[in-house]
Design a protein around this ligand. Structure first.
Ligand SMILES: [Zn+2]
Length: 297
Protein backbone atom coordinates (compact mmCIF):
# COMPACT_ATOMS: atom_id res chain seq x y z
CA UNK A 1 0.00 0.00 0.00
CA UNK A 2 1.70 3.10 -1.26
CA UNK A 3 1.00 6.62 -0.01
CA UNK A 4 2.76 9.73 -1.26
CA UNK A 5 2.98 13.06 0.50
CA UNK A 6 5.28 16.08 0.60
CA UNK A 7 6.60 17.90 3.65
CA UNK A 8 5.72 21.29 2.10
CA UNK A 9 2.00 20.42 2.28
CA UNK A 10 2.07 21.01 6.03
CA UNK A 11 3.15 24.63 5.68
CA UNK A 12 0.25 26.15 3.70
CA UNK A 13 -1.70 28.39 6.11
CA UNK A 14 -5.08 29.54 4.74
CA UNK A 15 -5.87 31.68 7.79
CA UNK A 16 -6.62 31.41 11.49
CA UNK A 17 -9.67 29.25 12.13
CA UNK A 18 -9.88 28.13 8.49
CA UNK A 19 -11.33 24.60 8.13
CA UNK A 20 -8.60 23.54 5.69
CA UNK A 21 -6.16 23.48 8.59
CA UNK A 22 -2.73 21.94 8.97
CA UNK A 23 -4.06 19.46 11.53
CA UNK A 24 -6.02 17.69 8.77
CA UNK A 25 -2.98 16.25 7.02
CA UNK A 26 -1.14 15.71 10.30
CA UNK A 27 -4.00 13.51 11.53
CA UNK A 28 -4.05 11.57 8.25
CA UNK A 29 -0.32 10.93 8.25
CA UNK A 30 -0.35 9.87 11.91
CA UNK A 31 -3.06 7.32 11.17
CA UNK A 32 -1.30 5.98 8.07
CA UNK A 33 2.08 5.76 9.78
CA UNK A 34 0.46 3.76 12.56
CA UNK A 35 -0.16 0.89 10.14
CA UNK A 36 3.09 -0.99 9.40
CA UNK A 37 1.64 -2.33 6.13
CA UNK A 38 1.42 1.19 4.69
CA UNK A 39 4.50 2.81 3.15
CA UNK A 40 4.39 6.62 3.23
CA UNK A 41 6.92 8.25 0.88
CA UNK A 42 7.85 11.91 0.53
CA UNK A 43 7.89 13.19 -3.05
CA UNK A 44 9.83 16.04 -4.63
CA UNK A 45 7.92 19.15 -5.75
CA UNK A 46 6.24 19.02 -9.15
CA UNK A 47 7.80 20.67 -12.18
CA UNK A 48 5.69 23.33 -13.86
CA UNK A 49 5.15 21.42 -17.12
CA UNK A 50 2.42 19.01 -15.91
CA UNK A 51 0.54 21.88 -14.24
CA UNK A 52 0.62 23.91 -17.45
CA UNK A 53 -1.54 21.24 -19.09
CA UNK A 54 -4.45 22.62 -17.04
CA UNK A 55 -3.48 26.08 -15.80
CA UNK A 56 -2.17 29.21 -17.48
CA UNK A 57 1.41 30.29 -16.84
CA UNK A 58 0.14 33.70 -15.75
CA UNK A 59 -2.14 32.22 -13.10
CA UNK A 60 0.55 29.93 -11.72
CA UNK A 61 2.93 32.90 -11.59
CA UNK A 62 0.34 34.80 -9.57
CA UNK A 63 0.29 32.05 -6.92
CA UNK A 64 4.08 32.08 -6.83
CA UNK A 65 4.46 35.86 -6.58
CA UNK A 66 1.65 36.17 -4.03
CA UNK A 67 3.36 33.59 -1.85
CA UNK A 68 6.73 35.29 -2.31
CA UNK A 69 5.14 38.54 -1.12
CA UNK A 70 3.97 36.84 2.07
CA UNK A 71 0.49 35.78 0.99
CA UNK A 72 -2.80 37.22 -0.17
CA UNK A 73 -6.50 36.67 -0.75
CA UNK A 74 -7.64 34.79 -3.88
CA UNK A 75 -11.35 34.53 -3.12
CA UNK A 76 -13.62 34.79 -0.12
CA UNK A 77 -12.47 31.47 1.33
CA UNK A 78 -9.16 30.88 -0.44
CA UNK A 79 -6.05 32.65 0.77
CA UNK A 80 -2.35 32.03 0.23
CA UNK A 81 0.37 32.30 2.82
CA UNK A 82 4.10 32.61 2.21
CA UNK A 83 4.29 28.81 2.06
CA UNK A 84 1.39 28.20 -0.32
CA UNK A 85 3.30 28.00 -3.61
CA UNK A 86 5.65 25.45 -2.11
CA UNK A 87 2.71 23.48 -0.72
CA UNK A 88 0.94 23.52 -4.09
CA UNK A 89 4.04 22.19 -5.87
CA UNK A 90 4.56 19.63 -3.12
CA UNK A 91 0.94 18.46 -3.34
CA UNK A 92 1.15 18.18 -7.12
CA UNK A 93 4.45 16.34 -6.84
CA UNK A 94 2.95 13.77 -4.50
CA UNK A 95 -0.13 13.40 -6.73
CA UNK A 96 2.10 12.86 -9.76
CA UNK A 97 4.17 10.34 -7.81
CA UNK A 98 0.98 8.41 -7.01
CA UNK A 99 0.07 8.44 -10.69
CA UNK A 100 3.54 7.29 -11.67
CA UNK A 101 3.29 4.46 -9.14
CA UNK A 102 -0.04 3.39 -10.62
CA UNK A 103 1.00 3.68 -14.27
CA UNK A 104 4.33 1.97 -13.71
CA UNK A 105 2.34 -0.97 -12.35
CA UNK A 106 3.85 -0.82 -8.93
CA UNK A 107 0.34 -0.71 -7.54
CA UNK A 108 -2.57 1.49 -6.61
CA UNK A 109 -1.56 4.62 -4.73
CA UNK A 110 -2.95 7.44 -2.62
CA UNK A 111 -1.67 11.02 -2.40
CA UNK A 112 -2.14 12.44 1.11
CA UNK A 113 -1.91 16.13 0.31
CA UNK A 114 -3.19 19.65 0.88
CA UNK A 115 -4.29 22.12 -0.33
CA UNK A 116 -7.03 20.23 -2.21
CA UNK A 117 -7.71 20.74 -5.91
CA UNK A 118 -11.10 19.92 -7.38
CA UNK A 119 -12.56 23.46 -7.29
CA UNK A 120 -9.54 25.07 -8.96
CA UNK A 121 -10.19 26.48 -12.43
CA UNK A 122 -7.75 27.19 -15.24
CA UNK A 123 -7.07 30.77 -14.13
CA UNK A 124 -8.63 30.94 -10.72
CA UNK A 125 -8.28 29.59 -7.20
CA UNK A 126 -11.56 28.64 -5.57
CA UNK A 127 -12.90 26.78 -2.55
CA UNK A 128 -9.56 26.24 -0.75
CA UNK A 129 -8.05 24.94 -4.05
CA UNK A 130 -5.23 26.38 -6.18
CA UNK A 131 -4.14 23.67 -8.64
CA UNK A 132 -6.51 20.97 -9.84
CA UNK A 133 -4.62 17.77 -9.06
CA UNK A 134 -7.20 15.37 -10.54
CA UNK A 135 -7.32 17.23 -13.85
CA UNK A 136 -3.52 17.52 -13.95
CA UNK A 137 -3.23 13.76 -13.40
CA UNK A 138 -5.75 13.04 -16.15
CA UNK A 139 -3.72 15.13 -18.61
CA UNK A 140 -0.50 13.46 -17.50
CA UNK A 141 -2.08 10.00 -17.83
CA UNK A 142 -3.12 10.86 -21.39
CA UNK A 143 0.36 12.15 -22.15
CA UNK A 144 1.77 8.83 -20.96
CA UNK A 145 -0.51 6.86 -23.24
CA UNK A 146 -3.77 6.21 -21.40
CA UNK A 147 -6.61 6.48 -23.89
CA UNK A 148 -9.48 6.48 -21.38
CA UNK A 149 -9.22 8.09 -17.94
CA UNK A 150 -12.01 7.89 -15.37
CA UNK A 151 -12.22 10.46 -12.57
CA UNK A 152 -14.50 9.60 -9.65
CA UNK A 153 -15.14 12.53 -7.29
CA UNK A 154 -16.72 11.47 -3.98
CA UNK A 155 -16.10 14.74 -2.12
CA UNK A 156 -19.37 16.14 -0.72
CA UNK A 157 -18.97 19.25 -2.91
CA UNK A 158 -19.33 19.28 -6.69
CA UNK A 159 -15.96 19.11 -8.43
CA UNK A 160 -16.76 22.14 -10.56
CA UNK A 161 -13.14 22.88 -11.41
CA UNK A 162 -12.44 19.37 -12.63
CA UNK A 163 -15.63 19.36 -14.66
CA UNK A 164 -14.75 22.68 -16.30
CA UNK A 165 -11.26 21.46 -17.18
CA UNK A 166 -12.30 18.14 -18.78
CA UNK A 167 -15.83 18.74 -20.09
CA UNK A 168 -14.74 19.03 -23.73
CA UNK A 169 -12.40 16.03 -23.48
CA UNK A 170 -14.14 12.74 -24.41
CA UNK A 171 -11.05 10.73 -23.40
CA UNK A 172 -11.78 11.66 -19.77
CA UNK A 173 -15.00 10.77 -17.99
CA UNK A 174 -15.92 12.56 -14.79
CA UNK A 175 -18.40 11.28 -12.21
CA UNK A 176 -19.20 13.50 -9.22
CA UNK A 177 -21.62 12.69 -6.44
CA UNK A 178 -22.23 15.69 -4.23
CA UNK A 179 -24.70 17.30 -1.87
CA UNK A 180 -27.37 19.42 -3.53
CA UNK A 181 -28.39 22.10 -2.98
CA UNK A 182 -24.97 23.03 -1.58
CA UNK A 183 -21.87 25.05 -2.36
CA UNK A 184 -20.69 25.71 -5.11
CA UNK A 185 -24.17 25.34 -6.63
CA UNK A 186 -23.18 23.58 -9.86
CA UNK A 187 -23.34 19.87 -10.65
CA UNK A 188 -26.87 19.28 -11.92
CA UNK A 189 -27.48 15.96 -13.63
CA UNK A 190 -28.24 17.95 -16.80
CA UNK A 191 -24.61 19.16 -16.99
CA UNK A 192 -23.18 16.53 -19.34
CA UNK A 193 -20.18 18.22 -21.00
CA UNK A 194 -19.38 16.36 -24.21
CA UNK A 195 -21.35 13.41 -22.87
CA UNK A 196 -18.39 12.67 -20.59
CA UNK A 197 -19.72 14.32 -17.40
CA UNK A 198 -21.93 12.39 -14.99
CA UNK A 199 -23.27 14.36 -12.04
CA UNK A 200 -25.15 12.71 -9.19
CA UNK A 201 -26.65 15.40 -6.93
CA UNK A 202 -27.99 14.05 -3.64
CA UNK A 203 -29.92 15.49 -0.70
CA UNK A 204 -28.30 15.71 2.73
CA UNK A 205 -29.19 13.37 5.57
CA UNK A 206 -30.01 10.19 3.66
CA UNK A 207 -28.99 6.71 4.81
CA UNK A 208 -25.34 5.99 3.95
CA UNK A 209 -26.25 3.04 1.74
CA UNK A 210 -28.26 5.39 -0.46
CA UNK A 211 -25.09 7.37 -1.20
CA UNK A 212 -23.05 4.19 -1.52
CA UNK A 213 -25.32 2.74 -4.19
CA UNK A 214 -26.07 6.03 -5.96
CA UNK A 215 -22.41 6.66 -6.73
CA UNK A 216 -21.88 3.05 -7.67
CA UNK A 217 -24.87 3.06 -10.03
CA UNK A 218 -23.44 6.21 -11.63
CA UNK A 219 -20.04 4.59 -12.08
CA UNK A 220 -21.63 1.50 -13.61
CA UNK A 221 -23.72 3.57 -16.01
CA UNK A 222 -20.80 5.77 -17.06
CA UNK A 223 -18.53 2.81 -17.78
CA UNK A 224 -21.05 0.37 -19.25
CA UNK A 225 -19.49 0.58 -22.72
CA UNK A 226 -16.28 2.39 -21.84
CA UNK A 227 -13.55 0.68 -19.85
CA UNK A 228 -11.07 3.10 -18.26
CA UNK A 229 -7.36 2.39 -18.54
CA UNK A 230 -6.70 4.30 -15.35
CA UNK A 231 -8.97 5.38 -12.50
CA UNK A 232 -8.39 8.63 -10.63
CA UNK A 233 -10.32 9.46 -7.48
CA UNK A 234 -10.87 12.92 -6.03
CA UNK A 235 -11.03 11.46 -2.56
CA UNK A 236 -12.79 13.91 -0.28
CA UNK A 237 -14.04 12.87 3.15
CA UNK A 238 -16.37 15.75 3.95
CA UNK A 239 -19.22 13.38 3.10
CA UNK A 240 -18.62 11.59 6.40
CA UNK A 241 -21.13 11.96 9.20
CA UNK A 242 -19.99 14.68 11.55
CA UNK A 243 -18.19 16.78 8.96
CA UNK A 244 -18.76 20.50 9.57
CA UNK A 245 -18.97 21.31 5.84
CA UNK A 246 -21.29 18.58 4.62
CA UNK A 247 -24.54 16.79 5.41
CA UNK A 248 -23.90 13.26 4.13
CA UNK A 249 -23.75 10.31 6.53
CA UNK A 250 -20.89 8.15 5.24
CA UNK A 251 -18.56 6.08 7.40
CA UNK A 252 -15.04 4.78 6.67
CA UNK A 253 -16.46 1.40 5.60
CA UNK A 254 -18.30 3.01 2.69
CA UNK A 255 -15.15 4.52 1.19
CA UNK A 256 -13.48 1.15 1.60
CA UNK A 257 -16.41 -0.50 -0.16
CA UNK A 258 -16.22 1.91 -3.14
CA UNK A 259 -12.50 1.23 -3.33
CA UNK A 260 -12.99 -2.57 -3.35
CA UNK A 261 -15.69 -2.26 -6.01
CA UNK A 262 -13.47 -0.10 -8.22
CA UNK A 263 -10.70 -2.69 -8.00
CA UNK A 264 -13.10 -5.50 -8.87
CA UNK A 265 -14.88 -3.72 -11.71
CA UNK A 266 -11.68 -2.47 -13.37
CA UNK A 267 -9.12 -5.18 -12.63
CA UNK A 268 -6.76 -3.91 -15.33
CA UNK A 269 -6.96 -0.22 -14.42
CA UNK A 270 -4.55 1.10 -11.79
CA UNK A 271 -6.05 3.52 -9.29
CA UNK A 272 -4.48 6.79 -8.16
CA UNK A 273 -6.31 8.79 -5.51
CA UNK A 274 -5.77 12.39 -4.44
CA UNK A 275 -7.04 13.72 -1.12
CA UNK A 276 -9.60 16.52 -1.38
CA UNK A 277 -11.86 17.75 1.45
CA UNK A 278 -12.69 16.42 4.92
CA UNK A 279 -12.81 18.89 7.78
CA UNK A 280 -13.21 16.78 10.92
CA UNK A 281 -9.55 15.73 11.16
CA UNK A 282 -10.00 12.45 13.04
CA UNK A 283 -12.89 11.44 10.77
CA UNK A 284 -10.83 12.35 7.72
CA UNK A 285 -7.96 10.26 9.01
CA UNK A 286 -10.23 7.26 9.61
CA UNK A 287 -11.69 7.57 6.12
CA UNK A 288 -8.31 7.79 4.42
CA UNK A 289 -6.96 4.85 6.43
CA UNK A 290 -9.92 2.66 5.48
CA UNK A 291 -9.52 3.65 1.83
CA UNK A 292 -5.80 2.97 1.69
CA UNK A 293 -6.23 -0.40 3.36
CA UNK A 294 -8.90 -1.29 0.77
CA UNK A 295 -6.59 -0.12 -2.04
CA UNK A 296 -4.05 -2.63 -0.79
CA UNK A 297 -6.56 -5.47 -0.82
ZN1 LIG B 1 -15.48 19.26 -0.27
Amino acid sequence: MRVFTAPECADHEPGVGHPEARIRLAAVLAALRGDPAIVVSSSPPAALAPLLARHSAAYLATIETTSAAGGGVFDEDTSASAATWGAVLGASGAALAALDCAISDRGHAFAAIRPPGHHALRDRAMGFCFVNHAAVLAAEAHRRGAGRVLIVDWDVHHGNGTQALIETEPTTRFISMHQSPWWPGSGAASERGAGNVFNIPQAAGLAPTVYLEALWDGIAAATDDWLPEIVLVSAGYDGMSGDPLGGFTLEPEHYAEWTRRLRERFPRAPIAMVMEGGYAPERLAAGVLATVRALGG
